[in-house]
Design a protein around this ligand. Structure first.
Ligand code: ADP
Ligand code: MG
Length: 221
């Protein structure tokens, strides 16, 4: 994560169809105006569309997928409803933190981070207690799906964050295997975020997204 963008000049978050307590929480966090990618991505994502969003690092992409997944989430249903795949443990931890900040404490949204390189046993114990949102790296998430310690039957949002980096790191096959554990595209919302948009990311989008809205704020690489 880079430094906060200097006072984003986009429309105010209050122009979005977000509940009043969510807006109050954003204000408390100092999020008043949207960044350009948020202004372009949030309306279609909150309307339930699949989305391809490309914008450079530090442009506020995390909130652009976290607010829509939180808006749909039913905290009374203690099942995994959102999955965010990230390329590295560090990024997954940052995303988990941002989702926890954007979720209000009183909503009791449980976010669990599942990354490779960390011991599996504590992850298995945490999964037994349940979670609403899983953020993790593709290999370890797949490991849990194959062990049966994680199930995605109740999934409503699937996010591929930093898709370009995940492909660069060789995660294409793991992502494909995770996709086979997800409900079909018509039963989930799929959001793909990337800093660049090379052909392999376009192919990934064609494979997993359904009539996506494209929001691209940078040159094609
Ligand atoms: P990206 O994923 O595009 O690299 P991040 O989502 O990590 O960017 O956001 C970068 C930084 O900007 C974070 O510190 C985040 O808290 C901050 N930020 C995001 N959106 C806003 C906003 N609308 N107003 C103020 N700060 C924001
Ligand atoms: Mg990011």
């Amino acid at each position: 994560m880079t430094a906060s963008p200097a006072a984003p000049a986009g429309p105010a978050f209050s122009t979005l169809p977000l509940a009043a307590p969510v807006l109050a929480n954003l204000q408390r966090l100092g999020y008043e105006h949207m960044t350009p990618i948020q202004a372009a991505a949030l309306p279609p994502a909150l309307a339930g569309r699949d989305l391809i969003a490309q914008a450079k690092t530090g442009s506020g992409k995390t909130a652009a997928f976290s607010l829509p997944l939180l808006a749909k989430l039913d905290a009374r249903n203690f099942a995994v409803q959102a999955l965010v795949l990230c390329p590295t443990r560090e990024l997954a931890e940052q995303v988990s933190q941002e989702i926890r900040r954007l979720a209000r404490a009183e909503d009791n949204v449980k976010v669990l981070t599942l990354c490779g390189g960390a011991a599996i046993r504590p992850q298995l114990a945490s999964l037994e207690h349940g979670a609403h949102v899983i953020v993790g790296t593709p290999g370890r998430v797949l490991d849990h799906l194959e062990r049966g310690s994680l199930a995605l039957a109740a999934l409503t949002t699937w996010v591929l964050d930093e898709a370009d980096r995940m492909l660069d790191m060789g995660f294409a096959e793991d992502i494909a295997a995770v996709a086979r554990h997800c409900p079909p595209p018509a039963k989930r919302q799929t959001l793909l975020f990337s800093a660049t948009y090379p052909d392999d990311v376009a192919k990934l989008a064609a494979r997993y997204l359904r009539e996506p809205q494209e929001v691209r704020l940078a040159e094609r690489h």
